[in-house]
Design a protein around this ligand. Structure first.
Ligand code: 1GP
Length: 252
C-alpha cells in the first residue's frame, strides 16, 4: 500500500476524497459493526481515527475492530502520542503550524519517534492549521494555541505555504470538530491556489452542500466526523451527485 501515492493519483484523476473521522472516545466497540455497515454504503474513501481526549489503548482496540469490517485505508489522526497504533495503515504526522506551542510543533513528534520505530505505519507529514470559527474548539483548549483569524487570509495562505516549503506532504485546514461554520470557500481557494501538495479540509461540515462547496473551492480530501455521528441519513445523503458536477466536468 502507498497511501500518499494513491491520494496523488486520485487528485490527478480529479477524484474527490472523503475521510470519515471516528473518535475512539465516541464510537464504542459494540457499535462498530452497525456504523461500518452504514459507512460501506457511502462514498467514503478513507477512515481517520483520532480525538482530542482518548484513553490509552482505546485507539488500538478500535482500529483492530474496524479492520474486521473494512478494507478502506485507516489513518491515525492523532490528538496524542498514546493514539498511535500498529494496526493502522498510516499516520498523519501533524505539526500544528497555526500555533506557537513548541510541544505541538515538534515536541510530541519527537516523543512519538520511539513508538513509531516499532511500527510499520506509512507516515504522511502534515501541516495542520486551526482556523478560528466563532467558538473555542477542543484543539484550541488541548494545545493551548490560538487559531488563525479567518479574516486574515494572507496569514493563513503564508502559513500553509511555509509548511509546504518545510517539506510537509499535505496541508490540513481545520475549523475544529463540531465547528459552527466550516472553513469558507475564500480561504480554501486562496490556500489551494498557492499549494502544490494535497489540501485536506475539515471541521463543521454537516450537509451535502457544504461538502460540495469545499470540493468546489479546491479541497482534495474532506474530513467529516460529527455529521456521521449525529445523522444516520448523512451516509446516504453524501452519495447524491455533486451539486457542482457540471462545473467540475467542464474543468476536466
Ligand atoms: C475534526 O475536521 C474534523 O478534526 C472533523 O470535524 O467533527 O465537525 O466533522 P467534524
Amino acid at each position: 500500500k502507498n497511501l500518499y501515492q494513491d491520494i496523488l493519483t486520485a487528485i490527478s484523476l480529479k477524484e474527490k476524497l472523503l475521510a470519515v473521522l471516528i473518535d475512539p472516545d465516541k464510537l464504542k466497540l459494540e457499535a462498530v459493526s452497525t456504523f461500518m455497515i452504514k459507512l460501506k454504503a457511502s462514498s467514503a474513501t478513507h477512515i481517520f481515527v483520532g480525538g482530542s481526549t482518548v484513553e490509552e489503548n482505546e485507539t488500538d482496540l478500535l482500529i483492530q475492530e474496524l479492520k474486521r469490517w473494512t478494507k478502506l485505508p485507516i489513518l491515525i489522526f492523532p490528538g496524542d502520542v498514546s493514539q498511535l497504533s500498529s494496526h493502522a495503515d498510516g499516520l498523519l504526522f501533524l505539526s500544528l503550524v497555526s500555533g506557537r506551542n513548541p510541544d505541538y510543533l515538534i515536541g510530541k513528534q519527537v516523543e512519538a519517534v520511539s513508538v513509531l520505530r516499532t511500527m510499520q505505519l506509512e507516515i504522511i507529514p502534515t501541516g495542520y492549521l486551526l482556523i478560528e470559527n466563532g467558538k473555542k474548539t477542543a484543539v484550541e483548549r488541548v494545545t493551548k494555541t490560538h487559531p488563525l483569524n479567518r479574516q486574515n487570509i494572507q496569514t493563513i495562505v503564508d502559513t500553509a505555504k511555509a509548511a509546504e516549503l518545510l517539506g510537509m506532504k499535505c496541508i490540513y485546514l481545520e475549523a475544529g470538530s463540531g465547528a459552527i461554520d466550516p472553513i469558507n470557500s475564500e480561504i480554501i481557494q486562496s490556500v489551494k491556489r498557492e499549494l502544490q501538495i494535497p489540501l485536506i479540509v475539515g471541521g463543521g461540515i454537516k450537509s451535502k452542500n457544504q461538502l460540495d462547496a469545499a470540493y468546489h473551492s479546491g479541497a482534495d480530501l474532506v474530513v467529516i466526523g460529527t455529521a456521521f455521528e449525529e445523522n444516520d441519513l448523512f451516509f446516504e445523503e453524501i452519495n447524491k451527485p455533486m451539486m457542482f458536477e457540471h462545473v467540475t466536468k467542464e474543468e476536466k
